[in-house]
Design a protein around this ligand. Structure first.
Ligand code: E4P
Length: 215
C-alpha cells in the first residue's frame, strides 16, 4: 500500500519524506488555509520535496471554473493531481480533463455510488473520507471495502485513497480492505512508528550493553 501525507505543512512533509516511506501528498483548501501562505507556492515546494502524486484542490464550484483551475494547476509541476469535489459539476470537469491526460483525485466521497460515478468519469483516484463517516456513527471502513470490491469486479484502474484517517488502526484496516493508498496526517504517521515494547526492548538492550561494556 502506498502512503501519502495529508498535510500542506512543509516542515512535516520534509520530515516525513526523510523517513523514505512517503509516496505522495494530499492537500485540501482547509490544510492550505492553515499555512497562511500562497497556494501555488506551497504546492510547488511540496512537489520539490516529494517525487510522487501531489493533490491540489480546485475551489470553483462550476465545471467551467474547475477545468480552468485544473489546467493552471498542472502547469506548476508534472506530478500535480487535481482534486475535484464529488458533485455533478465535478464529474463534468473530471470527464473533460481526464481526456486531456490530467490526473484527478475525486474528493469528499461518502458512498460507493459516488466512487463508481467518479471512476466512470475517468478519475485517477477517489478519496472516501472514512473518519468523517465514522463521526456520524457509520462504518467508514465498510465504504472503503465496497469501493475496492466494485473497482475489482469491473477492472477500473481508479485507485482508492483511504482519506480522513484519524488513527493508526484506520491505516491497518484500510490496508486489509485493499485500499491502494492511505493518506495520513503526520501525527498518525508518528503514532504508527511507536510501540511500547520497542521502546522497552531498546532500553533493556542498552542497559545490558552498558553493564557489560560501559557507556
Ligand atoms: C484528504 O484528501 C482529505 O482532504 C483529508 O483526509 C480530510 O481529512 P479530515 O476529515 O480529517 O479533515
Amino acid at each position: 500500500m502506498k502512503i501519502f501525507l495529508d498535510t500542506a505543512n512543509i516542515n512535516e512533509i520534509k520530515e516525513g519524506a526523510s523517513w523514505g516511506i512517503v509516496d505522495g501528498v494530499t492537500t485540501n483548501p482547509s490544510l492550505i488555509a492553515k499555512e497562511k501562505r500562497d497556494f501555488k507556492q506551497v504546492v510547488k515546494e511540496i512537489c520539490e520535496i516529494v517525487d510522487g502524486p501531489i493533490s491540489a484542490e480546485v475551489i470553483s464550484e462550476d465545471a467551467e471554473g474547475m477545468i480552468k483551475e485544473a489546467r493552471e494547476l498542472v502547469k506548476i509541476h508534472e506530478n500535480i493531481v487535481v482534486k475535484i469535489p464529488m458533485t455533478v459539476e465535478g464529474l463534468k470537469a473530471v470527464s473533460v480533463i481526464s481526456k486531456e491526460g490530467i490526473h484527478t483525485n475525486v474528493t469528499l466521497i461518502f458512498s460507493a455510488n459516488q466512487a463508481l460515478l467518479a471512476a466512470k468519469a475517468g478519475a485517477t483516484y477517489v478519496s472516501p473520507f472514512l473518519g468523517r463517516v465514522d463521526d456520524i456513527g457509520s462504518e467508514g471502513m465498510d465504504l472503503v471495502r465496497k469501493i475496492v470490491e466494485i473497482f475489482d469486479i469491473y477492472g477500473y484502474d481508479t485507485e482508492v485513497i483511504a482519506a480522513s484517517v484519524r488513527h493508526p488502526l484506520h491505516v491497518t484496516d484500510a490496508a486489509l480492505a485493499g485500499a491502494h493508498i492511505a493518506t495520513i496526517p503526520m501525527k498518525v504517521l508518528e503514532q504508527m512508528v511507536k510501540h511500547p515494547l520497542t521502546d522497552k526492548g531498546i532500553a533493556s538492550f542498552m542497559k545490558d550493553w552498558e553493564s557489560a561494556f560501559g557507556k
